[in-house]
Design a protein around this ligand. Structure first.
Ligand SMILES: [Zn+2]
Length: 100
């Protein structure tokens, strides 16, 4: 089963949490969860089923709220390129597939 968090690197998830903080996207609790779960994946630790579902919901919510459109203040950021690719695939209607 495909899922959003398997379609993006842990580094990009952590980057999304940083952008979310910069632009007040998601709640502080959600931003912290996105960061913490991204770190957990970065350290190659398994997520529980609940954590996987929650992470997919956080990623989708951040994308819907425009995380791909806002700047991280870094010029020509390749991590943002990765976020943009995921955003486009979700907006093309890959969301249902991405969320299984
Ligand atoms: Zn960036």
């Amino acid at each position: 089963m495909l899922s959003l968090h398997r379609s993006i690197s842990p580094g990009a998830m952590i980057h999304m949490a940083g952008k979310a903080k910069l632009h007040y996207i998601l709640t502080p609790y959600e931003r912290k969860a996105l960061f913490d779960l991204g770190r957990k994946k970065l350290n190659e630790r398994e997520l529980s089923a609940e954590q996987s579902d929650f992470l997919d919901m956080l990623l989708l919510s951040a994308l819907v709220k425009g995380i791909a459109e806002v700047s991280c203040l870094k010029p020509q950021c390749t991590t943002c390129d990765e976020i943009n690719i995921l955003d486009r695939s979700v907006r093309r209607g890959g969301r249902a597939e991405a969320l299984g």
